[in-house]
Design a protein around this ligand. Structure first.
Ligand SMILES: [Zn+2]
Length: 127
């Protein structure tokens, strides 16, 4: 191929390492002597490097996204568990001492926050 310029296909194949082995020597000899083909080869190589960088970034993004999804999911589960524990802790039916059987065998109604406040106010007032 020493007489003619390299085609776009030959430039691409050479950069990818896929140019026919029998044509590589004449291709390289022509590009070494021809400024036009040398510039085209440099442009093709630059483009290929850019493609590889984009592909590498995309591959990293595919790996990172599932990990983020798992982290967000775990955070959501923890938040729900905390909310449930807070709700159980505030529930009057689960409060210590509430709902215990009385001497009559019936369960005393659970105390709400208002009743606790009233009993404390009564104690402070002296009765
Ligand atoms: Zn040329």
């Amino acid at each position: 191929m020493s007489g003619r310029h390299a085609t776009a296909g030959e430039l691409e194949l050479y950069v990818l390492g896929a140019l026919d082995a029998g044509r590589v020597h004449s291709f390289e000899a022509h590009c070494a002597a021809c400024d036009t083909c040398a510039a085209a080869l440099a442009g093709e190589a630059t483009l290929e490097i850019a493609f590889e960088q984009v592909a590498a970034r995309t591959a990293r993004g595919v790996v990172v996204r599932p990990l983020r999804a798992v982290a967000y999911g775990a955070a959501g589960v923890l938040a729900m568990a905390a909310a449930v524990l807070l709700w159980i802790g505030r529930s009057p039916a689960m409060a210590v001492g509430a709902g215990e059987p009385t001497a009559a065998g019936r369960r005393a109604p659970p105390m709400d926050d208002g009743a606790i406040f009233d009993s404390r106010s009564d104690a402070l007032d002296g009765g």
